[in-house]
Design a protein. Structure first.
Length: 271
């Protein structure tokens, strides 16, 4: 394959974005051509965020400043979902496979970058993920029953694919399961520069002190790793307020007279 062909495949791997949401949501990259499946996301329920995550194939930052985005939302909608499944494909680079079912399952500020070269510059990843539910939602009302779900969230299943680089495989089902500020980077070289990762992840459910979600059925969550050249992270969370934050599974990090700062704050609050 010529240089142009390889360049095209690399561009596909970096730029691919596949997302599906809704009732009984399903996302699959198995049928995609080689180079697909960099982001495979399935979400259903209320306010399931997948934002501020990076899976860069090659990131070269020389004498400049790079910043990331912010996302937030407020609740009040009815819960009607049945479940989610996400299946990864083949990616010439890092891969995220994420399935979220339930309420306020945040997946923010995670990085699975393959090669980062920062020379005399600043990489400032200021991801903020914030959501808030309405009043009086803890008694299970407003969630009509669905097949295989009962009165709450459906199952969430994520299966990783094949990636030439790091891989995140995450499934979350239930309420306020936060997965924030984790990194599975393959190679980071920081020369006389600064890398600052400030992830903040917050989910607030102001339920008014009602029944504390006694009628909420937690769906099953399963996460299965695929095949990756580089670090892997497989996470499954079900229930209420399971936090997985600030974990590093980086393969190689070389700070050459540079500074790397990381401040991951994760909070889930009910009242």
């Amino acid at each position: 394959m010529g240089v142009i062909g390889r360049t095209a495949l690399l561009a596909m791997a970096v730029s691919t974005l596949l997302g599906t949401s809704g009732e009984d949501a399903h996302a699959s990259a198995l049928d995609d051509a080689v180079g697909g499946g960099a982001f495979v996301t399935a979400q259903e329920g209320d306010q399931n965020f997948d934002c501020g995550n990076t899976r860069d194939l090659i990131n070269v930052n020389v004498l400049r400043t790079t910043r990331r985005e912010t996302c937030s939302g407020h609740g009040g909608t009815e819960f009607t979902g049945n479940g989610t499944s996400a299946v990864g494909g083949t990616a010439l680079g890092p891969q995220f496979t994420t399935a979220q079912s339930g309420e306020q399952n945040l997946h923010c500020g995670n990085s699975a970058d393959m090669l980062t070269l920062n020379v005399l510059g600043t990489i400032d990843k200021r991801t903020t993920c914030d959501t808030e539910q309405g009043l009086g939602r803890s008694d299970g009302r407003g969630r009509g029953p669905g097949p295989g779900r009962g009165d709450g969230s459906g199952p969430a299943s994520a299966v990783g694919g094949t990636a030439l680089g790091p891989q995140f495989t995450t499934a979350q089902s239930g309420e306020q399961n936060l997965h924030c500020g984790n990194s599975a980077d393959m190679l980071t070289l920081n020369v006389l520069g600064t890398i600052d990762k400030r992830t903040t992840c917050t989910a607030v459910d102001r339920s008014g002190g009602l029944a504390s979600h006694d009628g909420f059925h937690r769906g099953r969550a399963t996460a299965e790793s695929g095949t990756a050249v580089g670090p892997q992270s497989a996470t499954a969370q079900t229930g209420s307020q399971n936090l997985y934050c600030g974990a590093d599974e980086d393969l190689v990090s070389v700070p050459v007279l540079g500074e790397t700062r990381k401040d991951a704050i994760c909070a889930a609050t009910k009242s």
